[in-house]
Design a protein around this ligand. Structure first.
Ligand SMILES: C[S@@+](CC[C@H](N)C(=O)[O-])C[C@H]1O[C@@H](n2cnc3c(N)ncnc32)[C@H](O)[C@@H]1O
Length: 280
């Protein structure tokens, strides 16, 4: 079953958090000249038209990236916003880069990108976006299977983004398994897991399983735009980052209050930043 289409949600508050964290991790990998690998297990279509009929139905980006489009942003958001501005050269916000396009823009000639996407239509769009990019391999394959086969990468440095739709109940357990197995194969890799805040039981499951898995330093970053209620859809989202770059905690400490201010939809909007497993 592949009913999820990211085109309904592109640029929403959850994408802003995810892509801000993704770009900070990529920027930190670029501090050294040595090549790295970027692995995206659930890549999506790669680029989204914010004036599409799908987006007309939800308008989610209006409560997300649109709120940051005008005005200045903190230094930690600069690389992400610069990519967006290059994509929307006329100054009108009409295109939104998904995680693969953001990585395409932020990675260097020596880096390598490995993308998987299962939805036939989104896979086609993604493949088209990367036809001329010799650094990138795009596969229509299960992202968890691709990840398993790719580890450890020859570069020994890099990041994995794990961003499933969580439409199927077992996806939470799949994520935990992928990270626990992944760290066994590649102990120094950075694994960034996105999750929605919809049902507190699901978030508790992820937190508990990952906290008790004996993982290296694992940082949890969560942005709640309204108070959670277990009933009315996604009230926030989070990123759990195993082996985060050493500056990420401090960067998020500075950035999250600004994001709460910009993206909060009620006085109860708040953030969480804590270690599920302490840095070693
Ligand atoms: C949340 S979207 C990805 C968004 C993208 N990472 C971004 O930030 O722009 C999840 C995607 O995973 C795809 N998908 C679902 N199950 C998959 C699987 N087992 N392997 C690879 N892709 C899958 C869906 O078709 C969907 O496009």
């Amino acid at each position: 079953m592949l009913s999820y289409r990211h085109s309904f949600h592109a640029g929403n508050h959850a994408d802003v958090l995810k892509h801000a964290v993704q770009s900070l991790i990529l920027q930190s990998l670029k501090v050294k000249d040595k090549a790295f690998v970027y692995i995206d297990t659930h890549a999506g279509a790669g680029c989204y038209d914010l004036h599409s009929k799908e987006m007309d139905k939800t308008g989610e980006y209006l409560e997300g990236i649109k709120r940051l489009w005008e005005g200045s942003v903190p230094a930690a958001m600069q690389a992400y916003l610069d990519t967006l501005r290059r994509l929307n050269e006329t100054g009108e916000l009409s295109q939104y880069p998904g995680s693969p396009l953001l990585a395409k823009e932020l990675c260097r000639p020596q880096d390598r990108l490995l993308l998987s996407e299962l939805h036939p239509a989104d896979f086609g769009l993604l493949q088209e976006l990367f036809t001329k990019d010799r650094r990138t391999k795009v596969h229509k394959i299960d992202g968890f299977a691709q990840l398993k086969g790719a580890l450890p990468p020859i570069e020994r440095r890099g990041m994995v983004l794990i961003d499933p739709p969580y439409e199927l109940n077992h996806e939470y357990a799949d994520v935990v398994k992928a990270v626990v197995d992944g760290i066994k194969r590649w102990a120094t890799g950075t694994f960034a897991i996105w999750y929605p805040v919809v049902h507190s039981d699901d978030v508790d499951f992820l937190q508990r399983k990952l906290s008790n898995a004996g993982l290296p330093g694992t940082l949890q970053i969560e942005l709640n735009v309204v108070q959670g209620n277990n009933r009315f859809g996604m009230t926030g989202s989070g990123m759990i980052v195993v082996n985060p770059p050493w500056k990420l905690e401090q960067q998020m400490n500075e950035l999250l209050p600004w994001l709460v201010d910009k993206l909060g939809q009620s006085p109860e909007a708040h953030f969480k930043l804590r270690w599920l497993s302490p840095p070693q």
